[in-house]
Structures are given as C-alpha cells and as structure tokens.
Design a protein around this ligand. Structure first.
Ligand SMILES: [Zn+2]
Length: 135
C-alpha cells in the first residue's frame, strides 16, 4: 500500500521542473512535442522532443532515476525498491543506446537542475544541430 501511494504521489507526468523548462523553451521560440516516444521501439517517452532534429530530452526525477545527490531508497519494501530503481536505470541506458543507434541526440537533465540553465543548454544544442544541418 505504501509503495502504490508513493507511486501516485511521485509519478505525475507534468512535474514542475519539466513544465518550467518547457515554458522557457517556448518563450525562446522553440517548438517541440511533449511526452512522445522518439522511435516506435523506444521504451520511454521523451519529455521534450524535436523530431526533425532528432533531439530527445529527458528531465529525470531524482527519485525514479537515482540522482547521486537526492536518490533515496524507501525504508519499507526496500528490496522491491532497489530492484525497481535498478530496472529504471537499466531501461534508461537501453533507451539511450537505442536512440543513439537511430541517430538521436539524447539530452538528460535532473529535475533538481536549474530550469533556466537546462533550457539554455537545450537551446544551444538545438541551434548547433540546426546550423550543422544547413551546412
Ligand atoms: Zn537530484
């Protein structure tokens, strides 16, 4: 019961940092898709997607993706959580590898990172990808 309650509490699609990054990107004039799978076989949907530029952005939750600063293991059902979080990390790696082989750039940020900095980094990658294409 505690596990499912925790899932409900944490597992929301529109987490606040993610929404802030999207708002900032939109203000910069960038247009993107939200919560879309980059390729059909990809297990995990990207939080922000630039399909034509093949850029997939993930804003990883500190808990779900075991951030080195804030990752924690719940005190109850500990073994279950350790396995669950290890599976998440494995899926992240597999997803990144799949996308890389399909020619995608994968950008990962932690939800604790400053949204302004994250949005600036994404904008820089988008700009450099665009200029490479037009060469
Ligand atoms: Zn963190």
């Amino acid at each position: 019961v505690e596990a499912s309650r925790r899932m409900q509490r944490v597992q929301r699609r529109d987490t606040r940092p993610e929404r802030l990054v999207r708002t900032l990107l939109h203000a910069k004039g960038l247009r993107y898709f939200v919560d879309r799978a980059p390729v059909a076989r990809s297990g995990r949907r990207a939080d922000i997607l630039f399909p034509r530029l093949r850029i997939a952005v993930y804003i990883d939750g500190c808990f779900w993706h075991t951030c080195p600063l804030h990752g924690t293991t719940p005190k109850s059902n500990t073994a279950w959580w350790i396995a669950k979080l290890a599976t998440n990390r494995k899926r992240d790696r597999e997803n990144d590898e799949l996308l890389a082989t399909e020619g995608w750039a994968v950008l990962r940020y932690w939800e604790h990172e400053d949204p302004i900095t994250v949005a600036d980094k994404i904008e820089a990658v988008v700009a450099s990808t665009r200029s490479k294409r037009s060469e």
